[in-house]
Write a protein that binds this ligand. Structure first.
Ligand code: C5P
Length: 298
């Protein structure tokens, strides 16, 4: 096999419970992830030298994506190569359908897709290579990119276990022409909570029940994001589209992860179209559904 292409999904956090900052600078999380139908593709090809190219589709602007060794996909390929002892270079090509720096784990999806693509290209036993363990070394959200579906995330987000989810949920995903840095959002969280007692984060039982029932209205009532106040302090202008989505009858509105992407839960695809139409003056409104699978060969 000379070339392998893998697709990986965006993630949203249905609930993002954040605890007090740990000694290593990370925050303990209790989060419910969902993989949604905005996807990126990574192609790994045998080559005589390492290289990385990147394009976007569906209006994704890739101008800010680093193409040097700091790129998470390139780091993922090199890490796997070191662990399985192959020195063979690959040419990586990213085709991103997940908006950049939006709180949708787009870089993590690239890394997850790259791990699976290179493992396949090099014919390494994915279980033996412990792709999920490697993914956790690369970033908190990377393991979920491999697992997909709806899943709980603990630790700093890297310890992923599937959640029973019988539903299909329609989302409006509103992105902007600015990003929010994840470390900046967590630092703001620390400032918001300075001196206050922070309880250990938990996934609410009502959320787990809503997913078991597959009920969008129940899910709407159980969504939550502890980073929401912090991100709103960094970007107060997000208040307006969040309100506009609710005024346009969205079942719920919340910030995705560290933001700035805003999520609106709809009753069905037609309803999602109507909510999206009310939001186009604020940013780019895409329609997506979840859950969808994690990284898979195509
Ligand atoms: O793991 P990842 O590289 O995605 O994390 C990026 C940054 O986000 C970390 O350096 C840290 O500042 C912040 N973070 C955190 N707690 C987490 C996950 C991320 O503080 N659980």
């Amino acid at each position: 096999m000379a070339e392998v292409t893998v697709q990986a999904p965006a993630k949203i956090n249905l609930h993002l419970g954040v605890g007090p900052v740990r000694a290593d600078g990370f925050h303990p999380l209790a989060t419910a992830y969902q993989a949604i139908s905005l996807t990126s593709r990574v192609t790994a090809r045998d080559a005589s030298a390492w290289s990385l190219t990147c394009v976007g589709h569906d209006g994704v602007d890739v101008a800010e994506v680093p193409l040097d060794d700091s790129n998470l996909a390139l780091r993922a390929a090199r890490l796997l190569g070191e662990r399985v002892g192959t020195g063979r270079p690959v040419a990586l090509h990213l085709d991103k359908g997940i908006p950049v720096a939006g709180g949708l784990a787009g870089g993590s999806a690239d890394a997850a897709a790259t791990l699976l693509a290179c493992a396949t290209l090099w014919q390494v036993d994915a279980d033996a290579a412990d792709l999920i363990g490697l993914a956790g070394e690369l970033g908190s959200d990377v393991p979920f990119g491999l697992v997909g579906g709806t899943a709980a995330g603990h630790g700093r987000g890297e310890l992923v276990t599937p959640i029973h989810d019988t539903g299909r949920y329609d989302w409006v995903v509103l992105t902007f022409d600015f990003g929010v840095s994840t470390p900046a959002a967590y630092a703001e969280f620390d400032r918001v909570h300075a001196g206050a007692e922070i309880a250990d984060p938990e996934i609410p039982a009502a959320l787990t029940r809503a997913l078991e029932h597959g009920s969008a209205p129940e899910l709407a009532a159980a969504l939550g994001n502890d980073l929401h106040p912090a991100t709103l302090r960094l970007r107060p202008e997000l208040g307006e589209p969040l309100r506009a989505g609710l005024d346009a009858s969205a079942l719920a509105a919340l910030i995705s992860g560290s933001g700035p992407t805003c999520l609106f839960l709809a009753e069905d695809p037609d309803h999602a179209e109507r909510v999206a139409a009310a939001l186009t003056s604020y940013g780019r409104a895409r329609i997506a559904y979840g859950p969808v699978p994690g990284a898979e060969l195509i």
